[in-house]
Design a protein around this ligand. Structure first.
Ligand SMILES: NC(=O)c1ccc[n+]([C@@H]2O[C@H](COP(=O)([O-])OP(=O)(O)OC[C@H]3O[C@@H](n4cnc5c(N)ncnc54)[C@H](OP(=O)(O)O)[C@@H]3O)[C@@H](O)[C@H]2O)c1
Length: 253
């Protein structure tokens, strides 16, 4: 009987938006699980370098990769170069995302475009670029980070909700296309998670949120990262097209 430990020893993982927040938590968890982690970021080099420094002693081959996931050509050439260097990248975590608030009545084209291009098109670019090498190896683990808002909607977050709902359909379609090649594609869908964004909310607002969350607290990036590690592991090979909710009971289905 094989041992169950969700180890990622000897594997290479590419994590988009690994420089801050949930992405930084995912990078550290995957590195602790034994993976070499390629930490993508867009512009915040200082934050990305800090994350790399933290994992360097346990994951010496890990490195930073700067590119904008919105730009398909940039993604393709960065992934090509990484495949040449690392031979295979069996784990892809599409975490990079942005959130901007605007009521639909006041939202500009630019607002809609910016959110959809990052959260949805950016993820599509990443998955497309890694699909062929994963198919060649007949193995892959793709994990996309969705959001509870994609299911429930939220005032002022219509574009964000649409992008995350879109990811859900995208992940299921990718799962169907690639299941017979040993490649899984799943969505981790967080509720409220402690990041710079939620930490800056004042105490009364936080308390209002807590009253709605059965667990009466925000989740942590480490807890989201544990879900990602599980779905990225060999042991999760029979789970595909699934959504793993992590929201303290705020949404049950
Ligand atoms: N925080 C929550 O409560 C929560 C809840 C549900 C879902 N989520 C989802 O979880 C994911 C991470 O959220 P977070 O709160 O951790 O975000 P965050 O702290 O704002 O970090 C966003 C990360 O994405 C990167 N990024 C943004 N645009 C990019 C682009 N075009 N190309 C490459 N990288 C890009 C940023 O890189 P730079 O550092 O270079 O800017 C940064 O590393 C997002 O998909 C978000 O929608 C978050």
């Amino acid at each position: 009987m094989s041992e169950v430990n969700f180890s990622l020893k000897g594997q290479v993982a590419l994590v988009t938006g690994g420089s801050r927040g949930i992405g930084a938590g995912i990078v550290k968890t995957l590195a602790k699980a034994g993976a070499t982690v390629l930490i993508n970021y867009k512009s915040n080099e200082e934050a990305a370098q800090k994350v790399l420094n933290e994992i360097k002693s346990i994951s010496p081959k890990s490195e930073l990769v700067k590119f904008d996931i919105c730009n398909g050509d940039e993604v393709d050439s960065a992934v090509d170069a990484l495949i040449k260097k690392f031979e295979s990248i069996p784990i892809l975590v599409c975490n990079a995302g942005i959130s901007r608030d605007a009521l639909v009545v006041r939202a500009s084209d630019e607002h809609f475009r910016e959110i959809l291009e990052t959260n949805l098109l950016g993820t599509m670019h990443m998955v497309r670029a890694l699909t062929r090498p994963m198919m060649k190896n007949r193995y892959g683990r793709i994990v996309c980070i969705g959001s509870i808002i994609g299911e429930t909607g939220n005032k002022g977050q219509a574009a964000y909700a649409a992008s995350k709902a879109g990811l859900s359909g995208f992940a299921k379609s990718v799962a169907l296309e690639l299941a017979s090649r040993g490649i899984t594609c799943n969505l981790v869908s967080p509720g409220f998670i402690e990041t710079e964004m939620t930490q800056s909310l004042d105490e009364t607002v936080q308390k209002t949120y807590f009253e709605r969350i059965p667990a009466a607290r925000f989740g942590s990036a480490d807890e989201v990262a544990a879900c990602v590690q599980f779905l990225a592991s060999k042991e999760a090979g029979y789970i595909t097209g699934a959504t793993l909710d992590i929201n303290g009971g705020l949404l049950m289905r």
